[in-house]
Design a protein around this ligand. Structure first.
Ligand code: MTE
Ligand code: MO
Length: 170
């Protein structure tokens, strides 16, 4: 009797754990990233959309000096897909544009377009979806910005939900 009871409890706990894992995986695969503002084509990207784009990897050190390899898509490619002024078009007043990036927890960071464009810099800013060969976990992913040349990781914004392109105004 006792063993049957134990077995029933075990099966119940196992099923609960399985459904919790499935729910988390699902939340990660349905989370979207919107690209709006000064764009010709607003985007609503899922992790599957990014997986279909060119993948690049960068090794960086976290705030504790530990090395990690992040993999994903170059942020510039996302901006190009949305029709943001890049390359030859990134001149004149377009140089006053920025990307304001917002996370699920309300954290925000800003990059000037010229910081992202390969005609201005050799640094490749990543919209990462993997860390050390694994999808980014809840709380960090599914999308995270990695800026290899920043000396501290404060702009490596986790849980990115939106990128808004705008003109700086004064
Ligand atoms: N969404 C979000 N991203 C964030 C932060 C935050 O509070 N929220 N903190 C930043 C800061 S200040 C640091 S130092 C790094 C820490 O990254 P880690 O958690 O991978 O060590 O994340 C950055 N990205
Ligand atoms: Mo930080």
């Amino acid at each position: 009797m006792q063993t049957i009871k134990t077995l029933v409890i075990e099966i119940f706990l196992y099923a609960t754990l399985l459904s919790a894992c499935a729910a988390q995986t699902n939340a990660q695969s349905v989370a979207t990233l919107s690209v709006t503002g000064e764009v010709t084509t607003p985007l609503e990207l899922k992790i599957q959309d990014l997986a279909a784009m060119k993948q690049i990897a960068r090794k960086v050190k976290d705030r504790d000096g530990k090395e990690h390899e992040f993999k994903g898509v170059a942020l510039i490619e996302i901006l190009q897909k949305a029709g943001v002024t890049t390359g030859a078009k990134l001149r004149g007043e377009n140089l006053t544009k920025y990307a304001l990036i917002t996370a699920a927890d309300g954290y925000k960071v800003l990059y000037a377009l010229a910081e992202i464009d390969p005609e201005f810099t050799d640094q490749v800013i990543l919209l990462a979806t993997e860390k050390d060969g694994q999808p980014l976990p809840a709380g960090e992913g599914p999308f995270r910005i990695i800026t290899p040349n920043d000396k501290k990781p404060a702009r490596w914004i986790r849980e990115v939900r939106s990128i808004k392109i705008a003109f700086a105004r004064n």
